[in-house]
Design a protein around this ligand. Structure first.
Ligand code: ATP
Ligand code: MG
Length: 278
């Protein structure tokens, strides 16, 4: 059994007849880093909330580590495994001191005080916010607030973290800080990451990308294989990463996802031009 499994999952909100997710089946392994893409309203947040039990599938079944996400009796077990970071850093602050904020989650899980102390320090160190532990979270930058939010989840010892556009309100520096923390959690601690984003360049850092459209998973694969479906990406209202767009304009059809690859292809093109005397 995979770590996260969607089996024939359908969902619609009570107030509307519209089916948001239609008979989705997918599985995600432990240690995966999955970027979830899709236009506004394609169902990304709905998908995420089905994983941590904030929403319950209307039909089909979602399981995490074998736990049925719809089962109220095992909700605590589920929340211990899956934490979620949301878009607005200010909405996630619950205490007036950083370390108290981070302690909030494990306190709610009934973790013993000495253990909480250890976890809070470790979590703050992991996201590089330990030196701010006695400060007020309200005075931090957006990126720092999001890292504190991540620490709050880390202190619950999760196996999976869902980021729902957690970088959307941040400046480039804040985005970089959060993204590199997340990559580290995945690579060094093996935490499974479900990463919802509208930034295509962030999606290129994931191991796997899924694209939601019209209630289903339209594309699923490595960043390269997904973005190389250029026409489909455009049809579903998304963009490809800038380096690839540039390459296409230069007549290079290879799916190039980052600036370094882009630069080395450009170098080749320029050398060829010089060699051929153009
Ligand atoms: N509480 C709700 N009640 C009714 N409809 C809702 C509710 N929440 C979301 N929807 C609708 O469900 C659809 C999917 O919403 P969802 O928030 O999952 O999309 P999303 O891909 O996360 O969008 P965005 O990129 O804007 O965050 C949208 O049409 C939205 O209007
Ligand atoms: Mg959303």
């Amino acid at each position: 059994m995979s770590f996260i499994e969607f089996k024939n999952v359908s969902f619609n909100y009570d107030e509307s007849e519209k089916i948001i997710l239609n008979n989705i089946s997918a599985s995600f392994e432990k240690g995966d880093f999955v970027a979830v893409l899709g236009h506004n309203g394609s169902g990304k947040s709905t998908f995420a909330k089905l994983i941590n039990g904030l929403l319950i599938a209307k039909s089909g079944c979602v399981t995490v580590d074998g736990i049925d996400a719809s089962d109220e009796n095992t909700r605590i077990d589920l929340l211990q495994r899956v934490g979620m970071v949301f878009q607005n850093p200010d909405n996630q602050i619950v205490a007036s001191i950083v370390e108290e904020d981070v302690a909030f989650g494990p306190e709610n899980l009934g973790v013993q005080p000495e253990e909480i102390r250890k976890r809070v320090d470790k979590a703050l160190k992991t996201v590089g916010m330990y030196e701010y532990r006695k400060k007020s979270p309200h005075n931090l930058s957006g990126g720092q607030k999001q890292r504190v939010a991540i620490a709050g989840i880390l202190a619950m010892n999760p196996q999976c973290i869902i980021m729902d556009e957690a970088t959307a309100m941040l400046d480039p520096k804040g985005r970089e800080e959060v993204m590199s923390s997340v990559k580290e959690l995945n690579e060094q601690l093996g935490i499974t990451i479900i990463y919802i984003t509208h930034f295509m360049e962030e999606a290129t850092l994931a191991k796997r990308v899924i694209v939601l459209d019209d209630g289903g998973i339209k594309l699923d694969g490595t960043p390269k294989s997904v973005f190389s479906h250029y026409d489909t990406i455009k049809e579903v209202g998304l963009d490809v990463p800038q380096p690839y767009e540039l390459m296409r304009k230069l007549g290079v059809n290879e799916c190039v996802l980052n600036a370094d690859e882009c630069a080395s292809i450009l170098e080749g093109l320029i050398e060829n031009n010089v060699d051929s005397g153009n």
